[in-house]
Every structure is written in C-alpha cells, then in structure tokens.
Design a protein around this ligand. Structure first.
Ligand SMILES: [Zn+2]
Ligand SMILES: [Zn+2]
Length: 186
C-alpha cells in the first residue's frame, strides 16, 4: 500500500535558451506529491506517517522554497550573484532563516545562504522529479513522484526495493533497531 504526502514550493526560474515566454525569469507555486510504498506497519496501521514523509522531504526541499533555481550555464546567474554580493545578501542575512541543509548531487547544488539552487539541466517539472528522487531515494521507499507547476505536470513511478523496518509505536524508520523519535527498542 502507499502513504502519500503533498506540499507546495514557491520558486523562481527560467528556461535558458528556450524559444518561448519561459525564457524570461518568472515564478511558480509548484506542488510536489510523494508516494511511499511498503507493507502496512501493523503497529500503527499505516505504511508511513505522512507528516514524517513531509518532514524528511521538506528538510531538503525547503532549499527550493522562496528560492531562485537556475541552470549552471545560465549567464543570468553571475549577474544575480553580483547584485547579491553588492547588497551584502550573498552569504546570508539574519532574515534568511528558512535554510535547508546544503546539498550537492550530480543534478543540483543548493546554496541556502542566498536561496539559490544551481541545476545541471533546465528545471522543468520532469527535471524537478529527477532531482527530488535523487535527494530522497535513500531515505524513503519512493514509489511515485508527481510535480505540478502552472500548466505543467509530470510524474514518474519508481521500483521499490525491500521494506523499511519501522517503529510499531510511531511509524518512523528504526535505526539499528531503535526508534530515533520515541526510543522504542526492537
Ligand atoms: Zn516556469
Ligand atoms: Zn517510535
């Protein structure tokens, strides 16, 4: 069975080199839906607590929220960094509080201090799914990711291997037989 969670991400981007309006810098509210597949954990009668899926995903995905997402070869990128630098906001400000943990994968690098994500490929809805799966595949048994943004939407199904050993009391994954949330020992 599957447990499913959805949340919104507000971000700005552009399609560098694209023949259309999307070549201009613009913003979206995108909705990310993550489906986690496993056996039903009989202790809590759920696959996985949806709020915990959201928490795990949001820890990294908040890097994209109120952020600028640009391709690594986009010439607008150094121009924006120059302005951020001149304004003293490139390396963070006290008001930039919603920072995720910085990450670097083959597809994307997050710079939380200046709310920027630099991507290898254009950030389409398909591109976002590739990035999200890469970031979360080792943390969650992801069976499907859907991303909708404006008129665009994409989804992909993934093969789920094995089962996660989960706490029968609160439902989160056990670490070496111990629940990191409630302390339950197997
Ligand atoms: Zn767009
Ligand atoms: Zn627990």
């Amino acid at each position: 069975m599957r447990s499913i969670t959805s949340f919104d991400i507000q971000y700005a981007h552009r399609f560098f080199g694209f023949a259309g309006e999307a070549a201009y810098l613009h913003g979206h509210t995108g909705t990310l839906t993550i489906e986690v597949e496993d056996s039903v954990n009989m202790g809590v009668n759920m696959v996985f607590p949806c709020n915990e899926i959201k928490k795990t995903a949001w820890d990294v995905m908040k890097n994209f929220d109120h952020a600028l997402v640009l391709r690594e070869d986009d010439p607008i990128l150094p121009a924006i960094l120059k302005v951020y630098e001149e304004q003293g906001i490139k390396d963070g400000t006290p008001t930039n509080t919603m920072k995720g943990e910085a990450f670097k994968t083959d597809l994307a690098t997050a710079y939380p201090e200046c709310r920027l994500v630099v991507t290898k490929e254009t950030l389409t809805t398909e591109g976002m799914i590739k990035i999200v799966y890469d970031l979360l595949k080792d943390k969650l048994n992801i069976a499907k990711i859907t991303f909708t943004s404006g008129d665009n939407a994409a989804s992909e199904e993934f093969e789920v291997k094995g089962t996660q050993d989960r706490c029968p009391v609160c439902g989160v994954e056990l670490v070496d037989g111990v629940c990191p949330k409630c302390g339950y020992k197997k």
